[in-house]
Design a protein around this ligand. Structure first.
Ligand SMILES: NC(=O)c1ccc[n+]([C@@H]2O[C@H](COP(=O)([O-])OP(=O)(O)OC[C@H]3O[C@@H](n4cnc5c(N)ncnc54)[C@H](OP(=O)(O)O)[C@@H]3O)[C@@H](O)[C@H]2O)c1
Length: 234
């Protein structure tokens, strides 16, 4: 029997991350459900494991260098490989405040979580992927980071997702001679804590394109931004 693939999903104790863990595990992937809260993450992972799914919890606060280093070291030691990395964790803290008045504490926390977190984790994860000549990296972005569509408001969140998109292109290009495919995706407006109850999509609908990118064949796209499995403007 083939060794199962190993996937790491950040911010997976709820919302899109949690649904993605469930769907990846249902395909036979060994999933590391990660979260910044040990309690919430353990609970979410246990609920999936009790359904017979191959899911376990790993503590990962994407703003903590120590947690990222320890987490990747653990995966290297325990499994010797990492096949799928989904940079899903994010915060959206702007509320309705105009960009001209937003506090720098909000900007900093947003950038640290939504940009520096995935940047650093990707740097740490890629050597493990290179070892096995395989990798799928999915950066969960947002239409609000699409530079061609930027309008007023949500400055910190927009900055963070536009930066994540830039990072996607840079890393995809740096890995162009490898079987490590890096892409960005917007799930659309989804009913989660972040999206709110008025959002138009279910988590299942939102996860579709993320799962598709996480499981691309070797000749799949790289360095692109997607919505509903179609290319979306940067
Ligand atoms: N929902 C939408 O309409 C929508 C639209 C476009 C893009 N997105 C993107 O989709 C992704 C998932 O969001 P969601 O809608 O599922 O939102 P969500 O339910 O609020 O989930 C966000 C997750 O990120 C985690 N997180 C926040 N800071 C973290 C940190 N420092 N370290 C580790 N985890 C952290 C949260 O953990 P806690 O529970 O501890 O806070 C939570 O598990 C995000 O990247 C978001 O920007 C969502």
């Amino acid at each position: 029997m083939d060794t199962p693939q190993i996937a790491l999903v950040t911010g997976a104790n709820r919302g899109l991350g949690l649904e993605l863990c469930k769907q990846l595990a249902a395909r036979g992937t060994r999933v590391l459900l990660t979260a910044r809260s040990e309690e919430k993450g353990q609970k979410a992972a246990r609920a999936l494991a009790e359904q017979g799914l191959p899911v376990s919890f790993l503590w990962l606060d994407v703003t903590s260098e120590q947690s990222l280093v320890q987490g990747v070291e653990y995966i290297s030691r325990e499994f010797g490989r990492l096949d799928i990395l989904v940079n899903n964790a994010a915060v959206s803290l702007d509320l309705k405040r105009p960009g001209l008045e937003i506090g720098m504490d909000i900007v900093r926390t947003t950038i640290e979580t939504n940009v520096y977190g995935p940047l650093r984790l990707t740097q740490l994860a890629v050597p493990l992927m290179r070892k096995n000549h395989y990798g799928r990296i999915v950066n969960v972005s947002s239409g609000l980071g699409s530079f061609s569509r930027i309008t007023a408001g949500k400055l910190a969140y927009r900055l963070s997702k536009a930066s994540l998109n830039t990072m996607t292109k840079v890393f995809a290009d740096e890995l162009q001679d490898t079987n490590i495919l890096v892409n960005a995706v917007t799930p659309g407006w989804v009913r989660t804590h972040l999206g709110g109850i008025r959002a138009e999509r279910s988590v299942e609908e939102g996860v579709d394109s993320i799962l598709w990118l996480a499981t691309l064949p070797d000749d799949g796209p790289r360095g692109k931004f997607f919505k509903d499995r179609n290319e979306f403007p940067w």
